[in-house]
Design a protein around this ligand. Structure first.
Ligand SMILES: [Zn+2]
Length: 140
């Protein structure tokens, strides 16, 4: 088996979470996380779990995909603003047709297969977003 099971389990934590860094000096949230706060330069940061529903800010549909990714076509990449923290993330939208997407649409995180190593028999999962089943009523 080419892929290390130990490595997979070590990395699993980051696959199932959306971690940012909260600054203990200025209180702002850094995402993507860095070693120092991008707002005040402090190095007093703590992990914060950001995973949350969000609203679609902008999106782009990719119809030409790399070889091996045809089954995911078209790929919809979106900027989503998380509801609680107002942090903006770049993510993939699933379970939606490109012409159904609206600015402000409420979306929720879901784990999906992002790649498969058939030789090692491993399937890797990551967080993507889909339209929230409860939809617009949750937006305020
Ligand atoms: Zn700061």
């Amino acid at each position: 088996m080419r892929y290390s099971i130990a490595r997979f389990w070590r990395e699993r934590k980051s696959h199932y979470k959306l971690l940012g860094k909260k600054c203990l000096e200025c209180g702002r949230i850094n995402y993507p996380p860095g070693r120092i706060c991008r707002y005040c330069g402090s190095d007093q940061l703590e992990d914060i779990e950001l995973l949350d529903k969000g609203r679609v800010v902008t999106w782009s549909t990719i119809y030409t995909v790399p070889t091996g990714f045809e089954e995911y076509k078209p790929i919809i990449i979106a900027v989503v603003e998380l509801l609680k923290t107002r942090v903006k993330i770049l993510t993939r939208l699933v379970d939606v047709e490109p012409d159904e997407i609206r600015e402000g649409m409420i979306v929720e995180p879901v784990l999906r297969r992002i790649s498969e190593d058939r030789d090692a028999g491993l399937i890797h999962y990551g967080i993507v977003y889909r339209p929230s089943l409860l939809g617009e009523r949750e937006s305020e």
